[in-house]
Write a protein that binds this ligand. Structure first.
Ligand code: HEM
Ligand code: HEM
Length: 333
């Protein structure tokens, strides 16, 4: 088992140089087209032996991907018992096994066409960034694949054939990981995270506040004045707190409604920040206001204010605070 992992690691190292060579070649040929160079000949990633070993042995596996896939996932979960409750939580493994084998089938057919294969694997890697795949998972998947081929092929899975598969898997892994770590992959992850954060903030706000702006606002100021008693007799001394309670919640409500529209949210917050300079608000006041808001949500939501919801609100309040302070600073000479 660990021996297989070592082999895969070695193959991956070899793959880096193969792939790097391929990418360097691509770059050169696009920036300096040369009539003496034959891009198809020099951009091959695999030797002919590797290609024929892998293609011939893959044919022997047959086209019953459901059976091979089931065996693969049995092996995978034996080797990575943590996977069903982490990476593959809630995934229909039968369908998943079929998709994996179809993808390998497609890749095997493209081994001699790296110009077609690499973009497919890169995009697959970009999508895997969204599945929460970690780099170290690839060794486990590779070992399960090798074990499955061993069972499916029996004596036909010679040491040489195995080495050819390790080379191919190493390249697949390297290109997929590069796709996962690419700007596109990371941007997709950030977008997915942001989407989740906004969705949680919207749903928890609705649950906590509903139409009760004034009551929730009063709760908020009770919390705020408990945290910072001096504010009551200074900045808020002459403020009509009943009206203010509704106003503050209404503004947070507007912010929550505009989370996906930064072009509208940011200027509105900057303006509010500037107005707050006139109310005597200072940058140092913002964290305690944030704390009061969190306590208000906690009181209203109880257990529903879980760690992820709390973290989402902390992120959103961080942006509100930073943007208001920015507005205040830009507006004051
Ligand atoms: C060479 C290696 C791999 C190949 C060829 C591969 C292939 C695929 C394919 C074809 C899909 C279907 C969805 C899509 O096309 O985006 C998929 C989904 C997925 N893969 Fe992989 N994969 C590989 C490695 C891994 C690894 C290392 C993990 C981590 C344990 C992983 C976890 C997943 C998960 C969680 C899904 C999503 C299933 C779902 O939400 O329906 N894969 N993979
Ligand atoms: C997320 C942060 C905040 C929000 C959403 C918010 C919201 C509001 C709103 C909607 C008003 C009504 C007037 C207007 O819109 O200009 C207001 C007024 C006020 N805010 Fe804030 N505020 C925030 C932070 C702060 C901070 C950090 C302080 C300083 C302790 C503060 C102190 C005041 C005061 C003193 C008023 C006075 C209003 C008056 O004189 O009538 N606010 N706030």
């Amino acid at each position: 088992m660990s021996n297989q992992n070592d082999n895969i690691k070695l193959a991956a190292v070899a793959a880096v140089s193969f792939t790097a060579g391929y990418l360097v070649h691509k770059h050169c040929s696009s920036s300096q087209p040369s009539s003496t160079e034959n891009p198809k000949a020099t951009s091959q990633v695999f030797t002919q032996k590797v290609i024929s070993d892998v293609q011939a042995s893959w044919k022997l596996v047959g086209t019953d991907f459901d059976a091979a896939g089931a065996l693969f996932y049995t092996n995978l979960f034996k080797m990575g018992p943590f996977l069903p409750s982490t990476a593959f939580k809630g995934v229909d493994m039968k369908m998943q096994a079929n998709r994996l084998f179809k993808m390998i089938d497609g890749a095997v057919k493209l081994l001699d066409k790296p110009d077609d294969l690499v973009p497919v694997l890169t995009q697959l890697g970009v999508r895997h960034a969204l599945y929460g795949t970690l780099e170290e998972h690839y060794a486990v998947v590779g070992s399960a694949l090798i074990a499955t081929l061993g069972t499916a092929l029996g004596a036909a899975f010679t040491e040489e054939v195995k080495q050819s598969w390790l080379t191919v898997y190493g390249v697949m892994q390297t290109v997929m990981v590069a796709g996962q770590n690419s700007e596109e992959g990371q941007a997709k992850v950030a977008k997915q995270k942001e989407y989740r954060t906004h969705r949680l903030v919207r749903s928890s706000w609705k649950a906590a506040v509903g139409e009760n702006f004034e009551a929730v606002g009063e709760l908020f100021y009770t919390k705020l004045f408990a945290l910072a008693p001096s504010l009551k007799d200074t900045l808020f001394k002459k403020v009509d707190m009943k009206a203010q309670s509704t106003k503050v919640i209404k503004m947070v409500d507007t912010c929550v409604g505009l989370l996906d529209k930064p072009n509208e949210l940011v200027p509105a917050l900057r303006d509010a920040g500037l107005r707050h300079v006139r109310y005597g608000a200072e940058a140092a006041h913002y964290p305690v206001v944030g704390q009061a808001l969190m306590q208000t949500l906690e009181a209203a939501l109880g257990d529903k204010f879980d760690a992820e919801t709390r973290a989402s609100w902390a992120a959103v309040y961080g942006v509100i605070q930073a943007t208001m302070i920015e507005g205040a600073m830009k507006g004051t000479p």
